[in-house]
Design a protein around this ligand. Structure first.
Ligand code: SF4
Length: 694
């Protein structure tokens, strides 16, 4: 029972969970949120919400919040509470000592897709201006970095092409490696509405997700491919489109590089890309591949929506390019109802990428090697920037194990629970001399920290998030930071402790700097956001009120580029020891590593991660529904309960990673996307056996 009380005032802000970016009115009584009411004017949600967002405030006042900075010499020592001044001076001293002793590149920073754009911008600025290197990364590394690579290569920029409203004009929806009813519920409702109105649905997913068949919605085709074979199936769809003359040649001639198209068309027609050949690799019947390709190419406006089931593979970037190829070949780009739409997981994945938090890119996806772009920042930051890309998260951990990387500032990210191959992450963190965790709670990563800086929730700060449709939404402070500083202020104080002259008085001034230095954000200001509610980038002189649909008259790169997408099987193989394939995902009521949702007790949350296993595999192992099982891979093992279900096919098992007790990433491996190092969470060879419990 929740004692609501009568609200005294309210303000509009943005949900801090998923990439839908719903607007809410936070109704307040004094400094206490009493209710989150979905905001009718919110352009992403139009008055709707899901169960997570509706209660996304309980964790802000949870007793586990750490409200004072803490220090310890060794990670085996007890924590000692200190003042902010002492903590920041200690970090500055340690980081400078490490750089003096081991070199400028021995430290780095990680920012989070949970942080605001302004906070992320400051973290990458701190690293580049204050640390003097490019060792900055974001948790988008482990989710949508292949989207960045794939869409930039083919279209010229890393962004979903459509707004959410666009789904209302789709005649065909192709959903690949995404489960929106669990992970993007409010957008899923809009998609379901369109499907109920008659749009056709193609689902490409190893699991029989809800949308395959749910009341009043049934997919025309479900392609339950073997995990790890996305590229083969997508290229086979292209094979059908080219071989059956379904290419929109006028579009391709006008809008794309014709030579690259011809080369690609020759490639997709090769026999190994035929549906019959791909059936052997993927397990999807050739006739289903043919039928799905025909529907996509001839069914009217066809829109592709995809998720981490595409990106988190050793060929994640290749799969994104294969998707872009399909859209270009059929002319399904540049108008409402079509396009290529990555469904971003966390609230600000899009923004964290936009803000230059990758080691090779400055804000706006401009490569660090570009002299003209560097000159913009060198002028206003007053430093010479390193032109070489810095270290990615996995490179930082590898370098730490090897002994050349010694200090890290981690804002809002629990890499020990969320990143793959937990044992390796722990080894890397343990080898460092100064690990600084800036977060709300003592998370799993904090077990390896020397300094803990208390973080602030989205309710305690101003800023902006960017959702999956590039919409810049305002986050508004409804309560004072519980631990003195909002995160952007804490980063500013750290910069000052390192000797930098930062004087931002409000996040709007940070956005002004972003707008002044980033062409796609040139027209963005807090004044504009107050007037318009929200806008979608690019927002500049050419598009003063933003851009709902991209690539309308031409691609950002000029002409669209087709890319050959040869299927290469992952090195992760099943065998007698590990005969099953594990794939991972999310459930509706939990968010990511669960740090917030596990501390929000307004509704009954799923209390544990379970392992979905097909009845055939369960029976073979003597496993019944609810039994404890051991899940083991060559990386490690964990224990959890089984859920016997035919949602997964024989040979495939599935679990979530929301609970630290399970630590599902203990079993995931070091394999990663060839282009971006995005981990291959979706394919791990495992064995499942009965267990007596943890
Ligand atoms: Fe909206 Fe996502 Fe928040 Fe749910 S979790 S309310 S769908 S932004």
């Amino acid at each position: 029972v929740i004692e609501l009380g009568m609200p005294e005032w309210s303000t509009v802000t943005t949900c801090a969970y998923c990439g839908v970016g719903c607007s809410f009115k936070a109704e307040m009584k004094g400094e206490q949120v009493v209710r989150m009411v979905p905001y009718k004017e919110g352009k992403a949600n139009r008055g709707h919400s899901c169960v997570k967002g509706r209660f996304a405030y309980g964790y802000a006042t949870h007793k586990d919040r750490i409200l004072n900075p803490m220090i310890r010499e060794k990670i085996t020592d007890p924590w000692r509470e200190v003042t902010w001044e002492e903590a920041l001076a200690h970090v500055a001293k340690e980081f400078r000592r490490i750089q003096y002793q081991y070199g400028r590149g021995a430290i780095g920073g990680i920012t989070s897709s949970r942080c605001t754009n302004e906070e992320t911008y400051l973290v990458q600025k701190l690293v580049r201006q204050g640390f003097g290197n490019n060792n900055v990364d974001t948790c988008a590394r482990v989710c949508h970095s292949p989207t960045g690579y794939g869409l930039k290569t083919t279209f010229g920029t890393s962004a979903g092409t459509q707004d959410f409203d666009s789904v209302e004009h789709a005649d065909v929806v192709m959903l690949i490696g995404a489960n929106p009813t669990d992970a993007h519920p409010v957008f899923a409702s809009r998609m379901k509405k369109r499907l109920r109105e008659g749009a056709k649905l193609i689902v490409i997913d190893p699991r029989r997700i809800d949308l395959v068949r749910t009341p009043h919605v049934e997919a025309a085709y479900h392609l339950p491919l073997r995990p790890g074979t996305n590229v083969a199936v997508l290229t086979a769809l292209a094979h059908v489109i080219v071989s059956e003359g379904l290419v929109d040649e006028a579009f391709v001639r006008e809008r794309c590089e014709w030579d690259a198209f011809e080369d690609w068309a020759e490639f997709v027609l090769q026999p190994e890309n035929s549906p019959e050949a791909v059936e052997k690799v993927s397990g999807v019947p050739a006739e289903t591949i043919r039928a799905a390709a025909r529907l996509y190419a001839t069914g009217g406006n066809a829109a592709i929506y995809y998720g981490l089931g595409v990106t988190e593979h050793s060929q994640g970037s290749t799969a994104v390019m294969a998707i872009a190829n399909l859209a270009m070949a059929t002319g399904n780009i540049g108008r409402p109802g079509v396009g290529v739409n990555p469904l971003r997981g966390q609230n600000n994945v899009q923004g964290s990428c936009d803000m230059g938090s990758f080691p090779h890119e400055l804000p706006g996806y401009r490569h660090i090697s570009d002299e003209a772009t560097r000159a913009i920042y060198e002028k206003i930051w007053g430093v010479k920037l390193d032109e070489e890309p810095g270290l990615r998260i996995n490179n930082m951990l590898d370098a730490a194990v090897e002994g050349s990387f010694k200090g890290i500032y981690i804002q809002g990210e629990d890499i020990l629970q969320s990143d793959p191959n937990t044992r390796h992450v722990a080894e890397g963190l343990a080898a460092m001399e100064c690990v600084v965790v800036h977060d709300l709670f003592l998370n799993e990563t904090a077990n390896y920290a020397h300094v803990f800086l208390p973080g602030s929730t989205f309710l305690e700060k101003d800023g902006t998030f960017i959702n999956a449709e590039r919409r810049i939404n305002r986050v508004r402070k409804v309560m004072e930071p519980k631990s003195r500083y909002a995160d952007w202020e804490a980063t500013q104080e750290l910069a000052r402790a390192l000797g930098l002259n930062w004087n931002y008085k409000h996040p709007s001034e940070i956005m002004d700097e972003i707008a002044a230095t980033t062409p796609t954000f040139a027209g963005v200001s807090y004044d504009l956001l107050e007037r318009e509610g929200s806008v979608q980038w690019p927002c500049n002189e050419k598009a003063p009120l933003g851009t709902p649909v991209m690539h309308v008259d031409g691609f950002v790169r000029g002409k669209g580029k087709f890319v050959r997408t040869a299927y290469v099987a992952t090195d992760e193989k099943t065998g007698p020891r590990f005969p099953l394939l594990l794939t991972t995902g999310r459930i509706l009521t939990q968010y990511n590593v669960g740090a917030q949702t596990r501390r929000t007790d307004n509704v009954v949350w799923h209390a544990e991660d379970r392992l979905e296993i097909h009845p055939f595999d369960a029976e073979n192992r003597g496993i019944r529904d609810g039994d404890w099982v051991k899940l083991a891979s060559r990386a490690g093992e964990t224990t959890l309960r089984a859920k016997v279900t035919n949602r997964v096919a024989p040979g495939v098992v599935y679990t979530t990673f929301h609970h630290p007790d399970t630590q599902a990433n203990v079993v995931t491996t070091e394999y990663a996307d060839w282009a971006t190092s995005c981990p291959e969470y979706k394919v791990t060879a495992v064995q499942v056996s009965p267990s007596n419990g943890p």
